[in-house]
Write a protein that binds this ligand. Structure first.
Ligand code: DAK
Length: 270
């Protein structure tokens, strides 16, 4: 744990490594011997991070999620933990996993998945819950659940359609095929492919650019884009309301004034 005022923190988790520098929190999923497979502890740690710890960081402008070892982002849910699951336990686990991924998707600052190597099953689902995906040229994406007699349980059937469309999503889901980074770029699953080992730097560059923008506006963009995919909300109505709420922010006044004065805006997040 750490206090709100600290600008550099050392959070301690069993399965995550964290580094907080210049408003950017880099989180490394750290089970390299199991290709960073999502076990119960890793879910617990992600929940603690996104529900509590990271929300208390002063000046946080973005989060990078990446995998340790360079061979995988995450090679799926930990298959060794599937043994002996009954339907009720499976339902509870899937719901818990989805809830944790929603925490990421709804997080108030952008979360970027920096993907090196395999992003399979739950790993692809985790990457898809992030706002932006940057891939190393060695990245591979897939939903191989049908190989195990399963379907995705952490939002994969829903989010894959959002990124690559129904036809491509269905084909990937029923064939369990993997796609490489270039195909993922062509299909819109990732927005950048970079040299292997450069994916975290590339993600950081994107977040550094976002850090120059108005923080409340960035948060409202995330909320409003998410509203499009929330069947309980009218995204267009949300846009009108959130747009209107921005005019009372100090950052709007600063942004408009800076434009007129031909200088760079300095945003305070108020
Ligand atoms: N779980 C546990 N261990 C894994 C793992 C996984 N998903 N993936 C890899 N490992 C381990 C391997 O067992 C191996 O361990 P040791 O033998 O060294 O002890 C080590 O990581 C290195 O893996 P490999 O030796 O296999 O490495 P290769 O380069 O040869 O192959 C690979 C890499 C990624 C192609 C291969 O490891 C692989 O096919 N891995 C499994 C991929 C996969 O099928 N993942 C699961 C997708 S399904 C649910 C909700 C959601 C889900 C399930 C249930 N409920 C709510 C119930 C979601 C399921 C999925 O994610």
């Amino acid at each position: 744990m750490y206090t709100k005022k600290q600008s550099i923190i050392q959070m301690t988790y069993k399965t995550l490594l964290t580094e907080y520098t210049d408003g950017i929190l880099t989180v490394t999923l750290n089970r390299p011997k199991a290709l960073n497979a999502l076990n119960a502890q890793l879910f617990t740690d992600l929940r603690q991070l996104f529900l509590e710890d990271a929300t208390m960081l002063d000046g946080l402008r973005g989060v990078i999620l990446t995998g340790a070892g360079g061979k995988a982002f995450v090679a799926g849910a930990d298959i060794t933990e599937f043994d002996g699951l009954d339907a009720q336990a499976a339902m509870d686990l899937a719901q818990r996993g989805q809830d944790i991924f929603f925490l990421i998707e709804r997080f108030r600052v952008p979360v970027i998945a920096a993907v090196s190597g395999y992003a399979l099953g739950g790993g692809c689902e985790l990457a898809m819950a992030c706002h932006i995906r940057v891939a190393s040229e060695r990245a591979k994406f897939g939903q191989p659940e049908v190989n195990l007699g399963l379907i995705p349980g952490y939002g994969g059937t829903q989010r894959l359609i959002q990124y690559i469309g129904k036809g491509r999503a269905l084909e990937l889901l029923v064939t369990a095929d993997m796609i490489d980074a270039h195909k993922a770029l062509e299909w819109g699953l990732v927005t950048h492919v970079v040299t292997h080992g450069e994916e975290v730097n590339a993600a950081r560059e994107i977040l550094q650019k976002i850090a120059t923008k108005a923080p409340i506006a960035v948060a409202k963009v995330i909320e409003t884009v998410n509203a499009y995919f929330d069947k309980k909300q009218d995204g267009f109505a949300q846009e009108v309301m959130k747009f209107a709420s921005m005019v009372n922010t100090e950052d709007f006044k600063e942004g408009a004034t800076a434009f007129v004065e031909k200088r760079k805006a300095v945003f305070t997040g108020k």
